[in-house]
Design a protein around this ligand. Structure first.
Ligand SMILES: [Zn+2]
Length: 405
């Protein structure tokens, strides 16, 4: 029996139990790595998780492919040659089959209707996603969903078969073919051919329903989420309830009104984000000026030292960095907030100059605070009490003395 014949899930994706034999068993880092004479367990890969299930009543913790062999991970050893009764979780498998075939249908329509070719896709038994190079409007998403559900209703038979790369190249295959000795094609009769190793329903009607549930941008690609089969039914049932509840929360009488309110909210958020960005820039410039004005000459450096009320050390760090890059300067700041006193010590880079890390370390140790850093950039958090500010003042005197030496 060759390796392809062992893959029972290829030709019989709806076979949920199988009696076969243990072929080999070896200790592995996750348990016992078992191979079978033939298997119904799909090994994870190609954007599809592995099956859940058991062999002789023992839970299969993982199934994957390694050097052409399908490895099943069991919690205890099995005897090679012994009988193996395999069962896989039917609901999980059906979910994978429905979502994978739904993905083929959606991808085929996205290419045919909009020239938007799928870059990558993945499914679980409850949700799938497709990543696309071009964004879609809500209207386009709705059109593609409708077309996909028509294809479901047409009840087109689905065939799968292996071909050599040469034979496969003669077929009208959608998408790229990853080079392999044998190529597995999934053909939806009269509609689409795609190279794929996953498990799929035998007929488009078996999917029942496809629902696109949402979208977002991920790493520069437009990702749509979808549900198929039972998961899609549940989604639709939940959708009405969620819609009515959202409408009620926002005092809307119709879905149109809800859409309008959502659009208004988005516009308001965009405007607020623009204003916040503008204010942040102004605050940055203002605080940079504060550092500049407070700088007193100390040796070769300009020494800026003050207390400020702030719960945003990141902001101050960024301001101090900009300042110490454009001036030969030392910044020593105490930022008070309800979390404590953040003491920040930065100086311009270079060999000469006080060791900021040493000052901060000493402060933190003396007051039971936390922190540290390098010679040019250090920070600590001290408890919020008068002693912290007193110690800050003392260290500031020490730094000034060192600079003036
Ligand atoms: Zn597939």
């Amino acid at each position: 029996m060759n390796n392809l014949e062992k893959r029972i899930f290829d030709s019989q994706p709806d076979l949920f139990a199988l009696d076969t034999a243990i072929e080999s068993c070896e200790k592995s880092k996750d348990g016992w790595a078992v191979t079978l004479d033939k298997t119904i367990f799909f090994p994870r890969g190609g954007g599809q998780p592995c099956d859940k299930g058991s062999i002789n009543g023992l839970e299969v913790k993982d199934t994957y492919e390694e050097n052409g062999k399908i490895i099943h991970i069991l919690p205890s050893p099995a005897e090679p040659g012994a009988a193996a009764h395999c069962e896989i979780d039917a609901d999980t498998r059906r979910g994978h089959m429905a979502h994978h075939l739904a993905q083929h249908i959606l991808s085929a329509h996205l290419t045919a209707m909009l020239g938007n070719d799928t870059k990558s896709a993945a499914v679980t038994c409850r949700l799938g996603h497709i990543e696309l190079p071009l964004p879609l409007t809500a209207a386009e998403i709705s059109l593609v969903e409708k077309a996909a559900n028509k294809t479901v209703k047409y009840a087109l038979p689905v065939k799968t078969y292996y071909l050599t790369p040469e034979e496969a190249s003669k077929k009208a295959v959608r998408g790229k073919i990853t080079p392999h000795e044998m190529i597995r094609l999934v053909e939806i009769e009269g509609f689409d051919i795609n190279a794929c190793g996953g498990t799929h329903c035998r007929n488009t009607a078996d999917i029942g329903q496809i629902v696109i549930t949402g979208y977002k941008e991920v790493r520069g690609l437009f990702r749509i989420y979808f549900k198929a089969g039972k998961a899609a039914q549940n989604e639709l049932e939940g959708r009405t309830e969620a819609l009515i509840s959202a409408q009620s929360d926002l005092g809307c009488e119709t879905t149109d009104e809800l859409s309008q309110k959502a659009e208004n909210a988005r516009n308001t958020i965009n405007e607020l984000e623009r204003q916040v960005s503008h204010l942040k820039k102004a605050l940055f410039e203002n605080d940079l000026e504060r550092l500049r004005l407070s700088g007193e000459e100390a040796g070769d450096f300009l020494f800026s030292c003050f207390k400020a009320a702030s719960s945003d050390p990141k902001h101050w760090k960024s301001v101090c960095k900009t300042y110490t890059e454009s001036h030969k300067a030392v910044c020593f700041l105490a930022l008070e907030s309800e979390n404590g006193v953040t003491v920040m010590a930065l100086r311009s880079k270079g060999k000469e100059g006080p060791d900021m890390g040493a000052y901060i370390k000493r402060l933190a140790q003396a007051l039971g605070g936390k922190g540290g850093g390098s010679q040019v950039d250090a920070q600590c958090l001290l408890p919020l009490c008068p002693e912290s500010l007193e110690a800050f003042g003392q260290e500031a005197c020490q730094i000034r003395k060192e600079l003036n030496k």
